[in-house]
Ligand binder design. Structure first.
Ligand SMILES: Cc1ncc(C[n+]2csc(CCOP(=O)(O)OP(=O)(O)O)c2C)c(N)n1
Ligand SMILES: [Mg+2]
Length: 365
């Protein structure tokens, strides 16, 4: 019986174009026009400011909870900026940048985190799935939508997100198996932000990279510096082109860091040290890209100042729209799950109503 090395046919690469200090690898630099570069920066800055705003709103008691994304702006904008509107984007719960990029009104994003079900309704004309908290549930959806595209003989693709923690779920495995076998036009972006709540990356899996998991399912895997928007853009564009032209699915592991807490209900100081956070703060995706644009002469102080004002007004309008439209009745939550309300739910509703009456509380419209 022979014993020999099995040749792996698939490639596994790492891509970084702008390094941690903003030094450019000119041989890998994509030739992008100034408008696209500025759009990338504007969208990343919008995502940063929106994230800060949502975190503040939660601390002020104006929304219920929030999952911050600081540090992950390049993953989000780099991955979706090159999608067509007819392509699909499948999100988890940490992609507000993708939502804004895809045309979700800011008001809607705030509604979701404010606990209003209106925030789950995808805006008209936007081919995205709603925010979904169940970990890795995105993967079968990415696969299924992409399979649908293939069956309909469309050249649209499905691109979606899953976390490092999500790759340990059965949903991830099942979706990857099907995607590989059926060669669907799917792009799985794995946001490796090093943590799944309090579980660090090294305890998540013994796999040296998450990208290499792709090989076992018969697809290419690419590990990308997720804090380098140029690399994220190039990697996803390649995967999108491949998917559109019938080349099948890809997995992109975006290496980044969750600089803030898991959600506003979490205190990361309980399980990780400051030094690690500080190290990653220095790799901030915005600082790096800003330096690149300044060196290129397409960005200066005045442009940034104007951008900040525009973005502030844009977010403010969304917050105002959200706060002007809160005439809802929390008792509605009993009404929409079932056509015929089951007895246990009726009992809960009655108990709630009785408690309101007892306490003399008036709510709703
Ligand atoms: C199926 C399922 N199990 C557990 C949870 C609770 N939960 C929410 S987020 C999370 C960690 C997810 O980590 P990762 O996939 O790395 O994504 P990240 O939060 O870092 O964006 C867990 C366990 C959930 N939402 N869904
Ligand atoms: Mg994670």
């Amino acid at each position: 019986m022979p014993r020999k090395k099995i040749k792996l046919e698939r490639k596994l690469e790492y891509l970084q174009i702008l390094d941690d200090k903003g030094v450019l690898d000119e041989s890998l630099e994509p030739k992008l026009d100034g408008d696209l570069l500025m759009k990338m920066f504007r969208m990343m800055l919008t995502t940063r400011r929106l994230d800060e705003r949502l975190l503040n709103m939660q601390r002020q008691g104006r929304i219920g909870t929030y999952a911050p994304i600081r540090g992950q702006e390049a993953v989000q904008i780099g991955a979706v900026i090159g999608l067509r509107q007819s392509d699909w984007m499948v999100q988890s719960f940490r992609e507000p940048g993708c939502c804004v990029m895809r045309g979700w009104p800011v008001e809607k994003i705030i509604q979701f985190w404010g606990g209003y079900e209106e925030g789950c309704a995808v805006p008209e004309g936007v081919n995205d799935t709603p925010i979904a908290v169940p970990v890795a549930s995105q993967c079968p959806h990415i696969m299924g939508i992409a399979w649908g595209m293939k069956m309909k003989k469309k050249d649209d693709v499905a691109l979606g997100f899953c976390g490092d923690g999500g790759t340990s779920e059965g949903d991830f495995h099942e979706a990857m198996t099907f995607a590989g076998v059926y060669k669907v036009p799917a792009i799985f972006v794995i946001t490796n932000n090093q943590w799944a709540i309090s579980v660090p990356r090294e305890k998540q899996t013994a796999s040296a990279t998450l990208a290499q998991k792709a090989l076992a399912y018969g697809m290419d895997g690419l590990q990308v510096d997720g804090n380098d928007i140029l690399a994220m853009y190039v990697a996803t564009q390649e995967a999108i082109e491949k998917a559109r032209s019938g080349g099948g699915p890809s997995l992109i592991e975006a290496v980044t860091y969750r600089v803030a807490m898991h959600t506003t209900a979490d205190d990361p100081k309980k399980y990780r040290g400051d030094a690690e956070v500080k190290k990653w703060e220095k790799r901030d995706p915005l600082i790096r890209f800003e330096k690149y644009l300044r060196d290129k002469g397409v960005l200066d102080d005045k442009t940034i100042e104007e951008l900040e004002i525009d973005i502030r007004d844009f977010i403010k309008a969304g917050v105002e729209a959200y706060e002007a439209n809160r005439d809802v009745d929390p008792r509605d939550c009993f009404d929409y799950m079932y056509n015929d309300m089951p007895d246990e739910l009726k009992a809960q509703r009655d108990e709630f109503n009785a408690a309101l009456e007892r306490e003399g509380i008036t709510i709703g419209h």
